[in-house]
Design a protein around this ligand. Structure first.
Ligand code: KIV
Length: 288
């Protein structure tokens, strides 16, 4: 059972084995992730950007997260899958957060939920979810759902004040019961400090090497997008270029009538009459 993989993540921290995680949203990306042997898959609300083409993650709905998480769950055999709680589905009240997280957990069969931030409502909800048996993952640093109030996407934890605030929030989340903490775009020494101070694993994205693991958006890692990628993301494959090259070959083959070839369609040995009518084999040319 994928759910039982959560304790293994803590052991990886204790043994110093880096955690490799990735986002996925559908059959193709989930199967690539599982076959590559990632430690967990996040059905991130980044689907707003990379699947839906939205400018931010804010429009993503609870229904859409449930829809994509169910697809990912159907696509993997035993990889741990975590569903991201979208903007507006948590933080409003602890009751609402618990209700929505329970819904995601129950309707998708995923191994846990993730939510951004460490305000009081989140902490209360995480503790209650823990008691109910729903594992929760934390997320600190750059919080894409707060992009408007934060005034953009910026590295966090650069000043001493910000470093101490993040450390206090990380400890509060650990205390509330999160099993793992995502650190997004956190200054590297702040990420190192938080990682050293916590018993639970930290997994970074754009937060440098001194964390217990890394996570990337799969579209960045596999070069699936048009345009530029975040400076911290390494492109490990070029699926977009390969895909366009493959489809150009398809277009050329169709235009040159080279596709389909003989082996790529079914043809019975029909006879053609003088008037051009096709007579299937075994049929009398003079029959009605
Ligand atoms: O939504 C997402 O993909 C995420 C990752 C960037 C951690 O939260």
């Amino acid at each position: 059972m994928a759910e039982f993989k959560i304790p293994a993540l803590k052991k990886q921290k204790q043994r110093g084995v880096p955690i490799a995680a990735i986002t996925a949203y559908d059959l193709f990306t989930a199967q690539l992730a599982e076959e590559a042997g990632v430690d967990f898959i996040l059905v991130g609300d980044s689907l707003g950007n990379v699947v839906q083409g939205q400018p931010t993650t804010l429009p993503v709905t609870l229904e859409e997260i449930i829809y994509h998480t169910r697809i990912v769950m159907r696509s993997v055999r035993d990889t741990l899958v975590i569903a991201d709680m979208p903007f507006g589905s948590f933080k409003v009240t602890a009751d609402e957060t618990v209700k929505n997280a329970l819904r995601v957990f129950k309707e998708t069969g995923c191994g846990g939920v993730k939510m951004e931030g460490a305000d009081e409502t989140n902490l209360q909800a995480i503790t209650r979810l823990q008691r109910l048996g729903v594992p929760a993952m934390g997320h600190l640093g750059l919080l894409p759902q707060m992009v408007h109030t934060a005034g953009g996407y910026r590295t966090q934890g650069r000043s001493e004040k910000s470093r101490q605030r993040l450390l206090a929030e990380a400890k509060a989340l650990q205390e509330a019961g999160v099993f793992l903490l995502i650190l997004e775009c956190v200054e590297a020494e702040t990420a190192r400090l938080i990682t050293r101070e916590l018993k639970i694993p930290t997994v970074g994205i754009g937060s440098g090497p001194h964390v217990d693991g890394q996570i990337l958006v799969i579209h960045d890692a596999l070069g699936m997008l048009r345009g530029s990628y975040p400076s911290f993301a390494r492109t490990f494959a070029h699926l977009r270029e390969d895909g366009v090259a493959g489809l150009k070959m398809y277009v050329d083959a169709v235009r040159e009538r080279e596709y389909p070839a003989d082996a790529e369609y079914v043809r019975s040995s029909a006879k053609e009459t003088a008037s051009g009518t096709l007579i299937p084999p075994g049929m009398d040319e003079n029959a009605d």
